[in-house]
Write a protein that binds this ligand. Structure first.
Ligand code: MN
Length: 489
């Protein structure tokens, strides 16, 4: 049977997983490359003639010393430029001509036994809509022939992880002049602003992830294991949405565990029984064509909020609503963080857990006691996307609460961020605050006792900054009434 009749042709010019999942045109990535090239062409440190961007794609990563690999995930800068699904590739962009070259590994013929028929260079060129395709053992001669004299490589520190981007290295690179400082801030800045085509992908992955959260909410019951929420979510985003990966380890905390910010890690793999009366904080996001969703839903496992759960939940919801109403281009993200903190602290005061002036509480750092993380972060190919702290933008604050932010930037149209205010009862933070006279004077210790073991609440939406405000890409039940209705049984 002819391949074309039974198998999706390799040379289709889009990413999709079935007829029902989003078709992501390869032109999205060609436009990304064009945006980068135009930006570099206006950089006064670079003369376009003879200058090439050279990026190295991701490699297979084995499980320790074995011959089994982790499921491959493309390096994000390479994904942004080329969307190549295969490991071990390189890419180059000619700044003067604006053309793109993909270099793929030359695989021994017997690989066909393990991996299926090997693709030709022509097929790679067509599949990924690049101008030329060659083998990775030809990089130096190809660039030589094109009279390349300056190569721009990627070197920079990720401001969230502290880890460095992997700089391209290939046989023969020593024959060229290399600059590794110009590219990083420029390509990061390009990634901060999402194109209309990128926004379509983010909208899709947020919709699929929202639907998956709703299925989880409808199917969880007291007595189930936390990881069954993770399982339902992962199945839905893959089975229905074509998301082979989730964007980060699913966080499915119940009861006290909902106050542990990155619960679900290897040592606590979402393995507690959910007891009746527990609050569940489930932070999960699918990943499609490299693009991430990052959504948190908090709900009572019983399907009905208790009065205490309502108090904390509504405090956080009010903060989320205030930020959604206020965020727009020109607004400082640090101001949004403080706005959310003020709303939560004022609600806790109203609920009798705190006393005193809210501004004084913030001066004393009480905001960080109840929300020990930032309001939200840039979102894109990485769940904590690049560009949070770049040269010529605000630096990380040293103030309580604000110092936790993954970006302090002024909002621009085209940014996609999470808005994720929270309120948690973390024993070690409450103990320290009660010991600290500057903070203890605001705490109503008798009332707070009741909340030991309560856990926490986070509401996390993924939003696009538009010219006038925000478009919420998340679509899940948010009010107490909406959640109770979704969970009606
Ligand atoms: Mn997040």
């Amino acid at each position: 049977m002819a391949e074309a009749n039974c198998v999706k042709p390799f040379t289709m010019k889009h990413f999709s997983r079935s007829g029902c999942t989003l078709k992501v045109p390869m032109s999205l990535f060609r436009e990304n490359r064009e945006r980068l090239v135009s930006r570099l062409q206006t950089n006064s440190e670079v003369s376009a003639e003879g200058t090439f961007v050279v990026l190295q794609g991701g490699e297979e990563v084995p499980f320790n010393d074995t011959d089994v690999n982790w499921p491959f995930r493309q390096e994000s800068f390479f994904q942004w430029c080329f969307a190549v699904e295969e490991p071990g590739c390189y890419g180059a962009l000619d700044l003067a001509a604006g053309t793109s070259i993909l270099f793929v590994p030359r695989l021994p013929p017997e690989y066909a036994i393990w991996e299926g028929r090997l693709r030709t260079l022509e097929e790679f060129k067509e599949r990924y809509e690049v101008d030329e395709a060659h083998y990775t053992d030809e990089i130096a001669p190809v660039l030589k022939e094109k009279r390349a004299h300056l190569l721009l490589t990627l070197s920079g520190k990720n401001s969230d992880s502290g880890l460095c981007a992997r700089e391209a290295v290939f046989d023969g690179i020593a024959e060229f002049e290399v600059n590794n400082s110009i590219l990083y801030p420029e390509i990061c800045e390009c990634r901060v602003i999402k194109s209309p085509e990128e926004i379509k992908v983010l909208r899709y992955v947020c919709k699929i992830s929202s639907d998956a959260h709703k299925v989880v909410m409808r199917t969880m019951r007291p007595g189930m294991m936390e990881y069954q929420g993770e399982s339902t979510f992962s199945h839905y985003v893959y089975h229905t949405g074509g998301c082979r990966h989730v964007s980060y380890t699913c966080i499915c905390g119940s009861g006290h565990n909902s106050s542990i910010l990155h619960y679900g890690h290897a040592g606590s793999p979402n393995d507690k029984v959910i007891e009746d009366g527990d609050i569940c904080l489930f932070d999960m996001g699918g990943n499609y064509c490299g693009y991430a969703a990052d959504i948190t839903c908090t709900f009572p496992i019983s399907g009905k909020f208790t009065e205490d759960q309502k108090l904390i939940y509504n405090a956080v919801l009010k903060a989320r609503d205030a930020v959604i109403a206020a965020a727009k281009p020109g607004v400082a993200w640090t101001d949004m963080h403080l706005l959310a903190n003020r709303v939560v602290l004022a609600s806790l005061k109203e609920g009798g857990l705190l006393v005193g002036d809210v501004e004084d509480m913030i001066k004393a750092g009480l905001n960080e006691v109840f929300q020990p993380h930032g309001l939200g972060h840039l979102l894109g190919l990485d769940v904590h996307d690049v560009g949070g702290y770049l040269p010529n933008h605000p630096e990380r604050s040293k103030e309580p609460g604000l110092r936790k932010l993954r970006t302090a930037r002024i909002l621009l149209a085209g940014m996609v961020l999470t808005i994720e205010p929270g309120c948690y009862f973390v024993d070690c933070l409450l103990d320290a605050a009660l010991e600290n006279p500057d903070q203890a004077k605001f705490l109503v210790a008798e009332e707070l006792k009741r909340f030991r073991g309560f856990g926490g609440v986070r509401i996390e939406d993924d939003v696009l900054i538009t010219e006038t405000g925000v478009e919420n890409l998340t679509d899940v039940p948010r009010t107490v009434e909406e959640i109770e209705k979704e969970m009606e049984r």
